[in-house]
Design a protein around this ligand. Structure first.
Ligand code: SF4
Ligand code: SF4
Length: 316
């Protein structure tokens, strides 16, 4: 495993980051012990960088996987908190539930629109205060938007950007893959740490995994990439692809290709929360309350699952 400085943050991280959304309720929803074992296996392979979020609901599995592990681990979490007090509580929750005195990186989660970034300057100041108090080490922003990434690249408080980025441009909003690359280059030149998300489009690009990861891990303006993994096989495959070796578990690849399903369709509640939550515009709610999933737009983030108040959505 190769390690790299994450911008000017002082964190030395593995080139591959463990994207943990896949082990929890927004992904495979593995039993606690199984999820913890996957985390531990990743650490034992040399991955020292873990990406999670308050929204992912997987802190218990990460805590269990990390228990007794002696190596240094860089933990990145994030929150959709809309107020300073909620953000402070989110950091407290992460420290408590992950059993860590300090969270190495804390992001504002999935900042979408430029006007939202204006509103979030107050929250960035809150994170900067928490950094001064020693409760977090580094302030970041995660985003699917090329415009937000370009703006964040120039904001002093933002030390790390976690952008949607893959060769095919899947999931990038408010711009093209070239726009996102330009934003990442600018951020890199300004000393920000950058670790990309969805190099395999959440699984939609798994059939081109070697090509996608060759591209991802040769980006000089990206320090690391978070890849979602939910089994030992996936971890070994990802490491092999990153190193340009043949996949040791080729049969696993087909399990990366998944489908969003609605248990009841038409939906009896039809609240539209899944539609609002999906930044990819991959769900339509029609007048007759039927839901249409648009596979070509989906990045399998699972955010619609958590948004649904009646547990009507799953990824299989
Ligand atoms: S439909 Fe939208 S919110 Fe749901 S998994 Fe796909 S991209 Fe994510
Ligand atoms: S969030 Fe759930 S209840 Fe609301 S429209 Fe979507 S599937 Fe139906």
């Amino acid at each position: 495993m190769d390690y790299i400085n994450l911008g000017n943050t002082g964190h030395k991280v593995s080139k591959m980051c463990f994207g943990s959304i896949t082990i929890g309720p927004l992904g495979a929803d593995l039993p606690l012990q199984e999820a913890a074992a996957v985390v531990r296996f990743a650490l034992e392979q040399g991955i020292n960088f873990i990406d999670t979020a308050q929204y992912y609901g997987n802190y218990a599995a990460l805590r269990q996987g990390l228990r007794g592990f002696n190596g240094q681990v860089v933990m990145a979490s994030k929150s959709y908190a809309q107020t300073p007090s909620a953000l402070i509580e989110a950091v407290e929750e992460a420290r408590r539930e992950l059993d860590r005195d300090v969270i190495e990186i804390f992001h504002l989660h999935e900042v979408r629109e430029p006007k939202l970034l204006d509103e979030k300057m107050r929250l960035l100041s809150t994170l900067a205060d928490l950094k001064n108090k020693g409760l977090i080490k580094t302030v970041g922003i995660s985003t699917h938007s090329a415009k937000i990434a370009a703006l964040a690249a120039k904001i002093e408080q933002v030390e790390v950007i976690h952008p949607m980025l893959n060769k095919a441009g899947v999931g990038i909003i408010d711009g093209s893959v070239e726009d996102m690359i330009a934003a990442c280059r600018l951020a890199k030149a300004n000393g920000k740490g950058i670790y990309g998300m969805k190099a395999l489009g959440g699984g939609s690009l798994a059939g081109r995994a070697q090509e996608m990861l060759d591209w991802a891990f040769s980006r000089e303006y990206v320090d690391s990439f978070a890849l979602g993994m939910k089994s030992e096989c996936e971890i070994l495959n990802n490491i092999a692809w990153m190193e340009g070796r043949p996949s040791p578990c080729p049969e696993q690849v087909k399990h990366l290709q998944r489908t969003v399903v609605f248990d009841e369709n038409p939906c009896y509640k039809a609240c539209g929360a899944c539609v609002s939550k999906c930044s990819q515009k991959a769900i339509n709610l029609k007048e007759d309350n039927s839901l249409k999933w648009i596979k070509a737009r989906c990045v399998y983030c699972g955010y619609c699952i958590a948004a649904c108040p009646v547990f009507n959505i799953s990824i299989v």
